[in-house]
Write a protein of this length. Structure first.
Length: 367
């Protein structure tokens, strides 16, 4: 009798631990994804590991991919197939950083950073706004709720389109938020069709910033505002410092970047295209709280999650290759943290531009 009771007690405890480990601890931070739902985007489960290997060999030496830039969007698409579910599970629906704010949750700090972009472009009801590189639409929904503007997002990744649309419906925002699949280097929108635009940590994936800024310029109406949060190296970066170079390479290869730009290139390129630059600022600079603490605090979570994804892969609930992707993201988190701590990198170099009200639709660089 006592043995049977003990066996049942052990059994119940084990079931509770497994439930807690997979369903509770593995739950998405901001709804949507649990560890047991990791699918790896549109890639069939037998191809995940191969896709990961192809991605890794392409981005291993990021600067060198610049010579092979026509393939970058396809590999960026592969990257987001591999990471979108993991990001949603571990991070939430907004795939960007924000300055930490004392006594506020990451979720609130994220929303404030997004609303800042909305306010900079004066988003308001009835305005047609473009979200360039929209992810699964976390910023889009925050900005639409804050401003009641109509927002169209574009992402290269088909799987993100489905996720974003499902989230929009769930949030009751699908009447003012939509998402299309396409390449922001050649957008499926007419000339002068948007009243404003923003991009949050997305244009860093363009091999040449000129190409995406030229497209944004084309689809904006004369007089329209555009704000971007760019990933750049700061004035503290030294190209002859080995540690700096290793940190930046680590960020590039783990985030599908064809080569980070320097802070002083952004306004030059915007001007070259024909934009008037109204404001430029590194939003990570003090008094802003550090954006990387969220990654640092997440180290224990990374190890815990490593065990979880390994167990799910062994049980064939998650596809083979998820552990590799998780490992890559863990390493990248380390490089991002070092980038933040040394001050050589910022993911929030803000630039606010206007397409001149007298503009014809041709970008200056094309004239
Ligand atoms: C780091 S995520 C940021 C997403 C979103 N802005 C956010 O903050 O949640 C970068 C986004 O840029 C998109 N992207 C990258 N290259 C692209 C391209 N060539 N065309 C369209 N979207 C692209 C990715 O699909 C992804 O949605």
């Amino acid at each position: 009798m006592e043995t049977t009771t003990a066996v049942w007690a052990v059994f119940a405890a084990a079931a509770a631990v497994i439930y807690w480990f997979v369903w509770v601890m593995g739950a998405a931070e901001v709804k949507g994804k649990r560890a047991v739902d990791l699918k790896m985007g549109s890639i069939t489960s037998d191809k995940v590991q191969d896709n990961y290997k192809q991605y890794w060999s392409f981005f291993r030496r990021p600067k060198e991919t610049a010579g092979d830039s026509t393939n970058v969007p396809a590999f960026v698409d592969t990257f987001y197939n591999l990471v979108t579910d993991i990001y949603e599970w571990g991070w939430g629906q907004s795939f960007h950083f924000s300055p930490s704010i004392p006594n506020l949750s990451h979720r609130d700090a994220t929303r404030i950073h997004e609303e800042r972009a909305a306010d900079l472009i004066n988003a308001r009801p009835g305005l047609k706004v473009l979200d360039v590189g929209c992810g699964v639409g976390g910023p889009m929904r925050a900005i639409a709720s804050h401003s009641r503007a109509n927002i169209t997002g574009i992402t290269i990744n088909e799987y993100q389109v489905a996720r974003a649309r499902a989230h929009n419906r769930k949030a009751g925002l699908d009447s003012i938020c939509d998402v299309v699949c396409g390449n922001f280097l050649s957008m499926p929108f007419s000339d002068a069709s948007f009243d404003a635009a923003y991009s949050i940590e997305a244009t860093c994936h363009a091999p040449k910033l000129q190409d995406v800024y030229r497209e944004i310029y084309r689809v904006l109406k004369p007089g329209a505002l555009y704000v971007s949060y760019e990933w750049v190296t700061t004035p503290l970066f030294r190209a002859d410092n080995e540690e700096h170079v290793e940190i930046i390479h680590g960020i590039e290869r783990g985030d599908a970047l064809p080569g980070l730009r320097s802070h002083d290139e952004i306004a030059v390129i915007a001007n070259e295209i024909g934009f008037e630059v109204l404001e430029e600022k590194d939003l990570a600079k003090p008094p802003a709280g550090p954006w990387w603490t969220r990654l640092k605090m997440g180290k224990i979570a990374y190890w815990r999650n490593h065990l979880l994804v390994s167990a799910l892969t062994m049980l064939r609930i998650a596809p083979k290759g998820v552990v590799d992707v998780h490992e890559m993201l863990y390493e990248t988190a380390g490089h991002l943290t070092r980038g933040g701590e040394t001050g050589i990198f910022t993911p929030m170099h803000m630039i606010l531009c206007r397409k001149p009200s007298t503009a014809t639709n041709v970008a200056a660089a094309d004239e």
